[in-house]
Design a protein around this ligand. Sequence first.
Ligand SMILES: Cc1cc2nc3c(=O)[nH]c(=O)nc-3n(C[C@H](O)[C@H](O)[C@H](O)COP(=O)(O)OP(=O)(O)OC[C@H]3O[C@@H](n4cnc5c(N)ncnc54)[C@H](O)[C@@H]3O)c2cc1C
Length: 267
Amino acid sequence: MEFTQFHPTSLAAGPTQTRRPLISEAVRGAGAPLVLENGERFTKELAPRDVVSRAIAAQLKAGHQVYLDGRHFKGRPFSARFPAITKACHAAGLDPDTQRLPVKPAMHYHMGGIAVDHHGRSSLPGLWANGEVACTGLHGANRLASNSLLEALVCGKWIAEDIDAHSTPFIPLSAPTPRVPFLSPTWTLNDLMEEQAGILRHEDGLRALLEKALPLARHYGPALTASFIAWAALHRTESRGSHWREDAPTSRSPQRQSWTLVDLPSA
Ligand SMILES: Cc1cc2nc3c(=O)[nH]c(=O)nc-3n(C[C@H](O)[C@H](O)[C@H](O)COP(=O)(O)OP(=O)(O)OC[C@H]3O[C@@H](n4cnc5c(N)ncnc54)[C@H](O)[C@@H]3O)c2cc1C
């Protein structure tokens, strides 16, 4: 559950309430550099997602602004190469042909999830999991771009075959509990997750997050998921793929960890 991937470059402009548009890796692939406010480059733009996201997060944490500069493509300009991204930039009031684009990493993909076997079966009889909610192990600790839809199709096929061959009656599941619409006047789960379980993690922050999320976990699905992520991240005292612990920056324990509700401390 600790393996949450951040896309390095979401557009950090426009309305904050809506999902921020992503600026595809293809833009960096075409030669647009990542720069600070003074134009200085600070990372290898074509490094893996986790490396670039961490480099940007470190600059933002140090108080810098980070921009993707697509103003100097040879031949065709930005708008001709990336019309859909250009449209999203225009909607945010930016012209990528003449302006640098402010960017920041955004939570993008979950490599962990419900542990499944090679039929997509979970440990609960009659419950299969597929897609981003499942942990097939296929992506390891850091998914490469553009293979999640392929995974969903491939695993979906063998799950369908397994369900077809399934003869025992299905267990009816109870309806999900209603969502808690309001948590606190001073913090939101989104903010907490971004601050404490985001790209750069630390034991102190993960404990602080658990302290707030756990009391809500049994009644509020997102708080339960947040608690699992924080708990798993706390117990992985190493850095691997998308999981980076500032207080444990080396890789050392390659084992896969599975957690269930009984592992979480009661709130
Ligand atoms: C901007 C963006 C670009 C991407 N680009 C690519 C790409 O180029 N290539 C690629 O391979 N992958 C890409 N991905 C990743 C890929 O889109 C996702 O991993 C994939 O769509 C996951 O599919 P899913 O069916 O598992 O989940 P989802 O598509 O998230 O579907 C889950 C569904 O469950 C519903 N749901 C949630 N909670 C409940 C509930 N309690 N009750 C009932 N329904 C519920 C949701 O409304 C949703 O419809 C991208 C993702 C994003 C966000």
